[in-house]
Design a protein. Structure first.
Length: 323
């Protein structure tokens, strides 16, 4: 499987990138060609491929036709229109998340995609075992445009059902990210209940370091109800912890997370691990993992993208044995 934030061209902010990325490498034409070469490289091309910051127009005109020729099918959901988006600007340039799957390996059973705020307002049923302040949570979520895509696939060679989740959480404010995660996990739990014995792969750009509440909740399968990122939104909690209903506590970085030079995103302003592929070790055995940049190369550059890397994120690729 692959997860990759491809850096939407609308987010190529001059104040962030112009100081260290040469003009020719900021060009969308240059980056698009390099992105296409990257994801079709046999080293990266995977049975399941998840992308964040994929532009709606590019999905329709470039990515879906390209992957169709390679024997894939895919789904996409566009983010809601952000407040700063002018009416005169083409909404098809707004980004979202997508999942592509190799039709020779997988059959699509179901696809659920939604704006996180809409799911909370219209569908969310609380399986967490404690009352939540829905008004306060709704006010926070309704101001954000993040989305979620859940795809249920049948693996043709084993007949196993795999639930794939791809998301891109808000870029700042840890309480918002944790609330978005809680909504997504509720949705994932409901999908998983419809498919007993299904196996979850939960991936994306979580905009969360290993020190964050989002990481802690996923890694430990629980977080303290007194944690400042969740406590204001719980109503008289009578338990010490709020628990993750999906239980996907392993991630592909587990054995190397302490390495100081490890990163999934590298700019002049940001460096570290923010992207993950989460799984349950009872369902999958991690047999291979490809991510990272040679240390000497990393020390020779000021950040990404550049001539060799088309995004400020690097692709994560993991190989699993289905148990």
């Amino acid at each position: 499987v692959l997860s990759f934030n491809v850096l939407n061209q609308s987010y190529m902010w001059p104040q962030v990138y112009n100081s260290y990325v040469a003009k020719e490498y900021r060009s969308w034409d240059y980056r698009l060609s390099l992105l296409q070469n990257t994801v079709t490289n046999p080293q990266f091309q995977s049975g399941i491929m998840c992308f964040q910051e994929m532009e709606s127009k590019s999905f329709k005109q470039i990515w879906k036709p390209m992957f169709r020729q390679l024997g894939y099918d895919g789904e996409f959901i566009r983010k809601g229109t952000p407040g700063y988006w002018h009416d005169s600007k083409d909404a098809e340039l707004i980004d979202g998340v997508s999942v592509f799957y190799d039709k020779s390996q997988f059959e699509l059973i179901e696809c659920e995609k939604f704006k996180i705020a809409d799911y909370f307002n219209d569908t969310f049923e609380n399986d967490y075992g404690m009352a939540m302040d829905r008004t306060a949570i709704g006010e926070i979520l309704n101001s954000k445009n993040q989305v979620e895509l859940i795809m249920v696939l049948r693996h043709l060679f084993t007949d196993k059902i795999i639930v794939v989740s791809n998301t891109h959480l808000y870029w700042k404010l840890s309480d918002i990210k944790l609330l978005q995660l809680i909504v997504i996990l509720q949705a994932l739990n409901r999908v998983q209940k419809r498919y007993p014995n299904s196996k979850v792969l939960f991936m994306g750009d979580f905009n969360s370091s290993p020190q964050s509440s989002v990481y802690k909740f996923l890694k430990n399968d629980k977080i303290e109800t007194c944690h400042p990122d969740i406590a204001p939104f719980l109503v008289h909690p009578d338990k010490e912890f709020i628990e993750n209903p999906v239980r996907s506590q392993s991630n592909v970085f587990d054995s190397i997370i302490a390495e100081n030079d490890l990163f999934t995103c590298f700019t002049q302003h940001l460096f570290g691990i923010f992207d993950y592929i989460w799984f349950n070790s009872r369902d999958f055995r991690l047999t291979g993992f490809l991510s990272g940049v040679d240390t000497s190369y990393m020390k020779s550059i000021s950040g990404l993208p550049n001539r060799d890397y088309p995004s400020d994120h690097i692709p994560l690729v993991a190989e699993f044995e289905i148990l």
